[in-house]
Design a protein around this ligand. Structure first.
Ligand code: 5GP
Length: 191
């Protein structure tokens, strides 16, 4: 994809339940010149989730058609569902002068880095695996089999964190938001 000066693409990953949604929400509230990309997924909407707001919810057939047509900047399977970011959507956001944040899992993040080396990869890590399991159960949004599958993904994801440009440990949300702000301000200063 074409590089657009002064506007950056940030990719934020972190294990399920690590609180990356909360950290990102805190960041976005303070930085209206940043936008959070909306991904496509084949996962069913959770209570309260809306099409075109949280995700673009696609059928497996629709998703695979876009894969065949090479419409994704990146895509991956995660916990039995497909997730992906449309190239055209990201290009339009950057063209409109927004700094864009993708909140995606590690396979997708590494695909983005390959295609757009100027993208900045930030990993949000839990203070410990035990703490993460505790948070995941506390959400009461997934059944036991899903929790076990997600914990398996977490261990793999932590291995990938070494390949990221920055790591933020989320032991306290406010501290993690400040750290994320510092990292992004440092990257923006390089533009
Ligand atoms: P959830 O089902 O909890 O919303 O998301 C599950 C995982 O999919 C999270 O790690 C989230 O970051 C990741 N994810 C969301 N959108 C995308 C995407 O467009 N591409 C990739 N590769 N992962 C995504």
């Amino acid at each position: 994809m074409e590089k657009i000066l002064n506007k950056k693409l940030y990719v934020v990953s972190g294990s399920s339940g690590v609180g990356k949604g909360t950290v990102l929400k805190g960041f976005m509230a303070k930085h209206p010149d940043f936008m959070l990309s909306i991904s496509c997924t084949t996962r069913k909407p959770r209570d309260g989730e809306k099409d075109g707001v949280n995700y673009f919810f696609l059928t497996k057939e629709e998703f695979l058609k876009s894969v065949d047509e090479d419409k994704f900047l990146e895509w991956a399977e995660f916990a039995g569902n497909c997730y992906g970011t449309k190239k055209k959507y990201i290009q339009e956001c950057l063209n409109n002068g927004m700094n864009v944040i993708l909140e995606i899992e590690t396979n997708g993040a590494l695909q983005v880095k390959k295609k757009m080396p100027e993208a900045v990869l930030i990993f949000i890590a839990p203070p410990s695996l035990e703490e993460l399991e505790h948070r995941l159960r506390g959400r009461h949004t997934e059944d036991e089999a899903t929790i076990q599958r997600r914990l398996g993904e977490v261990k793999k994801e932590l291995e990938c964190a070494k390949l990221y440009d920055h790591i933020v440990i989320n032991d306290e949300v406010e501290k993690a938001i400040s750290l994320l702000e510092e990292i992004i301000a440092g990257e923006q200063a390089k533009c």
